[in-house]
Design a protein around this ligand. Sequence first.
Ligand code: HEC
Length: 142
Amino acid sequence: MKFITGFIAALAVLAAGGLIYMYSGAYDVAASNPHSPILHWVLVTARDRSIAARADQVGPPPPPSPNSIKEGFGHFDEMCVACHGAPGVERGEVGKGLNPKPPDLSRLSKGTDPRQLFWVIKNGIRMTGMPSFGATHNDRII
Ligand code: HEC
């Protein structure tokens, strides 16, 4: 009984400390400052595990056709280059100021699962700047 009371008291103290820290404004949300190594690890691990667990739900991306490649090029130029850049094109000003930095997609490892990339493009990644394009596009570009 004593142990349970002590455990609950410790949880209450932790929760109160967290609330005080949150309301004090001590936590720095500036995108211009990097995350601490621990928070970076927590966020990257949660993101990778979350995407891996959900990528199967959307299935493989539709196979490309000459038309979809041509139209996809235009969409990429219009909607992605400002953040990600492209071969021979630097990230735009928005992309340069984001934290985390939008990766150069031409440098993703060859082993990257296309279903995971498709899931990310369709759903976005909350709190990173990566938008969900599923809100404005269907799964096919024709
Ligand atoms: C407003 C900025 C912004 C725009 C516009 C944007 N992205 Fe992103 N994107 C990001 C950021 C930031 C990340 C990194 C998220 C992270 O590190 O968790 C990202 C991540 C990704 C990833 C995951 C890469 C990986 O390492 O697995 C893919 C794929 C991607 N974006 C594709 C696209 C495509 C395709 C478009 C256009 C249709 C696009 N993005 C438009 C900001 C953007």
